[in-house]
Write a protein that binds this ligand. Sequence first.
Ligand SMILES: [Zn+2]
Length: 364
Amino acid sequence: MNGLEISPFIAALPKVELHIHIEGTLTPALRWKLAHRNNIPLPYETYSELVDSYKVTYNHRRELNGDNGAPTFLETYFAGCQVLCTEDDFYELAMDYFRKAAEMNVRYVEPFFDIQAHTKRGVAAEAVLDGFLRAQRDGAERCDVRSNWIFCFLRDESVESGLEAYRTARPWATTKDGKGKGLFHAVGLASNEYDRPPLLFEEGFRLAKEDGLHVTMHCDVDQKDAVDHVHEAIFQVCAGQGTERIDHGLNAIDRPDLMQGLKERNIGLTLCPHAYHRRQATETLFPKIRKLWDEGVKICINSDDPTYMHNVWIDGNMMKVYEYCRFSEGDMIQLVRNAVEMSWAEDEVKQEILKELEEFAVSS
Ligand SMILES: [Zn+2]
């Protein structure tokens, strides 16, 4: 990971992850195993070719400044999804992640999941949802990593297909009528944002709000119309109430009204520094993150799609800002506090992590 070793302080720091796509944690090893188990042909003859295929830098097509025809991140991510077929596969994917999270001292996580990426291949939504539900319980019991999940509308699919996926998944939500199974407590927007602004999904946000769920959305970095999308997310969506969080949203620093809006509406940004560092120079990127922090915008540090982003996980992302933003140990602890505050965890979970952070601050 660009030559940075994870320091003992960063390794030991208790962590909260609010921006990770569960499908973006699929390791080449599990993908290889599931491909063979499910008889899904892989377009790679050897395991090392499969590993090499994860080295992608372009995010999607179309790219704003053109691309060179190389495979993109999104193509690689959805190619990975092909091997996920049965409830056990989704369970195994999530349990692999929870074990990894526990090793990194992650205490609580709000993973994103896709339904449409799987149902359109003929996989039953129940297999996806039941697999994750079982892992949610076992992850908490066996790995001590608590989780509440986030349903994503795939924004480059039709709005109608997203709404249908939401209606299908709804019995697994933490709905305010208390009848849901408690897997997910929020909705978000994922996949290719090119010409797919947040407001297109207003009906989805409305349904989710009515059910008592939270709303977050990706505003990708340097995407076409990036600042307009951030503006919609802060001021226009959810009938003008705005979103509760923004995933990425780094382009807010390009306009003072957006910085002001984030602060006034207390909308935090779930940043994933390595995802941007793949495409921006150290001296360009980290001063921007530092500026958000210095100006009092609430941010926290996350990993996005670690296996497709050079295997840089939340600890590696935290190490990057610790080093390149020149944050102190106290600042790093505050970044985790921010994540706790930005999360929608149950109060007792929040209190427990805050208390642990307090003890950690004294002992470190
Ligand atoms: Zn993301």
